[in-house]
Ligand binder design. Sequence first.
Ligand SMILES: [Zn+2]
Length: 147
Amino acid sequence: VTRAGDCVFCGIAGGELEASIVLEDDVALVFMDLNPITPGHTLVVPWAHAASLAELPSKAGGHLFGVAMRVAAAVRASGLRADGVNLFLADGEAAGQEVFHVHLHVIPRFAGDGLEIRHAASSPGRGALDEAARAIRAGLAAQKETM
Ligand SMILES: [Zn+2]
């Protein structure tokens, strides 16, 4: 397992830092967020240090999502308030990433919980949508076969 010395999640993975563990398997561990948005807010974290999605093997990313689905179902069955669930992953500082070790948030949701995802509505039109799709297709074509 690769790790980074000053990484708080590597510290939890290594047992040097305290955490309230929910689940551990070969790829990931799940523990309670220290500053939960709502009660039951957990983080799904790979054991191996990966600062960003670009450093995370695709297979591991898929595994994290599967674990998050299990945790989401468990939260809904737990008695904690969860009328809905958000899965949220921040990749990069501009996206709100604060700990640079990939983590997938599982956030129980209910009406009036205070979490808002604000956005400005836009209607770019077909030409702009097609142009963006073309740019992303070019990015896909440039990826390594291993992705
Ligand atoms: Zn780490």
